[in-house]
Write a protein that binds this ligand. Sequence first.
Ligand code: FES
Length: 254
Amino acid sequence: AQKKVRAAIVSQEKLAEGIFSMWLDAPEMAEASRPGQFIAVYTNDPSKLLPRPISICEADKEKGRLRIVYRIAGAGTLEFSRYQAGDTLDIMGPLGNGFPLKDKKAFLIGGGIGIPPMLELAKNLECEKTAVLGYRDAETFLADEIGKYAEVVIASEDGSVGTKGNVIDAIRAGGLKADVIYACGPTPMLKALKAYAAENGIECWISLEEKMACGIGACLGCVCHSKDVDEHSNVKNKRVCKDGPVFLADEVEL
Ligand code: FES
């Protein structure tokens, strides 16, 4: 069972407009975490009971610290951004399944706030790998850090850096190839990658983000449709928080 722990904030830093990076002192969770997993983060405001699911950006097992990088998307995350080093908050995790680590030439594809989990994945994958990162503009948060572990290719919507367009435009422009895709980002990006992977016969793992409540598979507030059917031909639902957030792209309807 997952337990909630009170964790101290080691540091907090703004990386780009609306994007923050926070290191938390959480030795057991850092030790147990795998790339692609997430934690549930609670605010200290009792009127906001539901935690926010935030993917793990880095786990420093030696120092016993976890890093999350998140975008301010509402009242809860706005409150997180105001906390400072020394403040404490409740977290639960690590949650979810994480990415399977394959020994194949890999694309690590992140779009926007789907980029952070690619840092821990890049650190842990010991194969030839290219990170393809999609940004809105020239604020290419985490690109340099990911670049320490993987070749980095950038796409930006406004064309101010890298290829103008999306991550698939950048893959095509660079004539890049891989045998497995790991991706996290907005649903339209994941849909496009699912189609691209099917066309090219590439194994494709995607991390889904859903509004989550309990985070541990109990409330069914996060289900998505899978390709599996039960004995009555009813579509089986999968819980993003517990069965995911990482799925084989073919397994789920987007
Ligand atoms: Fe409750 Fe997934 S958030 S089942």
